[in-house]
Design a protein around this ligand. Structure first.
Ligand SMILES: [Zn+2]
Length: 249
């Protein structure tokens, strides 16, 4: 098995449950991946604790003196950072340095934590983005121009059959025709010789999307038909088709 990739390790560090059994077993036995996971977990932990006040500990004067010496700072600069120059202020080089050191530490710490967080967020965002990108759009399997029947001159429409990434098929129908009061539209698939038909449902408004029943063979019912129906309780086709057209299957 390959090593676990950085994105997965980053998501793991963010607390996501992303490992399958194989990956978990690999992580348990691979020093390199375990090391990477631990490194990213430290980054995540560091950011979590970055704002906690108890992260900012007061160093002893000896530590500050050592830093002072290491940086080659003149004794005078300690005076500049002292919070007070009043008569009660402690002498430079001893306790006067405790207060400015905390902000000093914070100045370094926050950008590091922010950069680490940005890395993690960036990686996680990248993964999500890739997943979205990887999802293919629906495919158009067939389309049809819907022409008006003689009683419906001026009406028009079109239809297309889409296949979703999960394999579902849907028919999208658009019709432009006046809808008289007290009537509604129903969408059908007809056999080419009009010997059979399947109702897809009621078209509400100018456009509708209808699921195709699983197993329906479009080659057997290749004609899209939109009928005008009345509220008469009769589920059969009214015989009054508004527009109709063959799918190019
Ligand atoms: Zn590994």
């Amino acid at each position: 098995m390959q090593h676990i990739d950085d994105e997965t390790l980053a998501l793991l560090a963010l607390g996501e449950d992303v490992l399958d059994d194989d990956a978990r077993a690999h992580l348990a036995s691979c020093a390199e991946c375990a090391d990477g996971a631990a490194r990213l977990a430290r980054v995540a932990d560091a950011f979590d604790g970055a704002d906690a006040p108890d992260e900012l500990v007061e160093p002893s004067p000896a530590v500050w003196s050592a830093i002072h010496a290491e940086l080659g700072l003149a004794e005078a600069s300690a005076d500049l950072t002292a919070p007070s120059a009043g008569p009660d202020a402690p002498a430079a080089g001893t306790s006067a340095v405790v207060v400015p050191l905390a902000p000093r530490r914070r100045r370094v710490w926050v950008p590091v934590a922010a950069a680490s967080a940005a890395l993690l967020v960036g990686v996680a965002g990248g993964v999500l983005w890739e997943r979205r990108e990887a999802e293919p759009p629906e495919t158009t399997l067939a389309s049809a121009t819907l022409d008006p029947l003689p009683d419906w001159e001026g009406a028009s429409g079109d239809a297309r059959v889409e296949e979703q990434p999960d394999g579902r098929r849907q028919v999208v129908v658009t019709v432009d025709a006046p809808a008289p009061e007290g009537t509604y539209r129903e969408v059908w698939l007809l056999a080419e010789d009009l010997s059979g038909l399947v109702s897809l449902g009621v078209l509400d408004g100018a456009e509708g999307r209808f699921d195709l029943p699983d197993g329906l063979d479009l080659a057997q019912f290749p004609v899209v038909d939109v009928s005008e129906e009345h509220f008469d309780g009769d589920p059969a086709h009214s015989g009054d088709s508004v527009v109709r057209g063959p799918l190019d299957v």
